[in-house]
Ligand binder design. Structure first.
Ligand code: NCD
Ligand code: ZN
Length: 347
């Protein structure tokens, strides 16, 4: 038997939704993760400090009894965001980041930014106070091929924006390409990236070859194999600029198995087992704690969790439900397509 003990991990990019879905999913994250950066793309989005405080309260209410899971709140950046509200919400400790969605880039992103000139004053204030900007890094121009949207975003939006607002701290969320990894590595410590569990495991063939598999469809869409390998190398390298953000994004199964299926993979429940599997495959188990437990807090300037998690490699494969019911419908769990033997246990 093999076991490793790491500081309790955090999830630096998570969708918990609201209402019946929140109720149905939050326990999965709370079982393994101490804290999570909570995405604000509700309908309507979480735009103000007041809305973030109310959403945080709803999350705390939905937690299982006795859980000390800490939701780290994020404001959705709009062209109307008030820099003073941002600063006050950050200084009170409530808000840990803002989220930039280019308008129309993904699920519930209609209130996102169209004209970047309008948000420069907010970004300048964030640079001043050191508040990170989480970025959904895809252009939305229909003329750009969906597999190129991340690379084009870096060149035409992100790099010019970072030059315009020096000192702005940015997380490229769910980076999916070698271009993204290389860009992060070429910059200073003001730029970091999250990588999802599923992008370490699937490439675009998993979505499209031998039949269309809606449960592997997410945004940014998985790219070709060489990109997946670049993500694996970055995640397992120990480089402080890369850390886990599951982007676990629950949708009712019938809205994914649909003529126009929603984007999002649900991995909150099996992420830690799958990460241990991936890191073992890459001979990097000793660096799992950097990716899952240390690099994220360092970037967000938060303490590493004092509690620990032990991952035990068992003789029998660990099984997960293929899906589960919530008051907002059935959710299908991400199927990695292989057996895993690693079981996480909170110490
Ligand atoms: C996310 C969602 O469903 O909210 N979907 C996804 O495919 N990742 C939105 C997002 O993070 O892009
Ligand atoms: Zn997301």
């Amino acid at each position: 038997m093999k076991a490793i003990t790491i500081p309790r991990p955090d999830d630096w990019h998570l969708h918990l939704r609201d209402g019946g879905m929140l109720q149905g999913v939050v326990g999965h994250s709370a079982a393994h993760f101490a804290r999570a950066i909570i995405m604000p793309n509700l309908v309507p989005p979480v735009v103000t400090g007041q809305q973030a405080a109310a959403y945080r309260e709803r999350i705390l209410q939905a937690l299982p009894d006795g859980s000390d899971f800490e939701p780290l709140m994020v404001l959705y950046l709009t062209e109307g965001t008030d820099p003073d509200d941002v600063e006050a919400s950050a200084k009170s400790g409530l808000v840990k980041a803002l989220k930039l969605y280019p308008a129309g880039a993904t699920t519930n992103s209609d209130s996102g930014v169209r004209d970047f000139d309008k948000v420069i004053p907010v970004l300048e204030r964030m640079a001043e106070i050191g508040l990170p900007l989480c970025v959904h890094g895809e252009v939305t121009d229909s003329a750009i091929d969906i597999f190129d949207r991340e690379a084009v975003f870096i060149e035409t939006v992100l790099d010019p924006l970072r030059r315009r607002v020096p000192g702005l701290r940015v997380v490229m969320e769910h980076v999916t390409t070698r271009d993204g990894v290389d860009y992060v590595k070429s910059q200073d410590a003001d730029l970091a990236a999250t990588i999802t569990t599923h992008h370490l495991i699937i490439n675009r063939n998993h979505i499209l070859a031998g039949g269309i598999r809606p449960h592997y469809y997410c945004l940014p869409v998985a790219k070709r194999e060489s990109h997946r390998l670049a993500l694996r190398a970055a995640a397992t390298s120990g480089d402080a600029r890369f850390f886990i953000g599951t982007d676990s994004a629950p949708h009712p199964t019938d809205l994914k198995e649909n003529a126009c299926g929603c984007a999002g993979c649900y991995t909150s429940i099996n992420t830690m087992s799958l990460l241990a599997h991936v890191f073992e495959e890459e001979n990097a188990l000793e660096r799992l704690e950097l990716f899952a437990s240390r690099n994220g807090p360092a970037f967000y300037r938060l303490p590493v969790n004092e509690e620990t998690m032990t991952l035990v490699k068992e003789d029998q494969a660990v099984t997960f439900p293929t899906g589960f019911e919530t008051a907002a419908g059935h959710v299908t769990v991400f199927d990695p397509g292989f057996e895993t033997f690693w079981r996480p246990k909170s110490d």
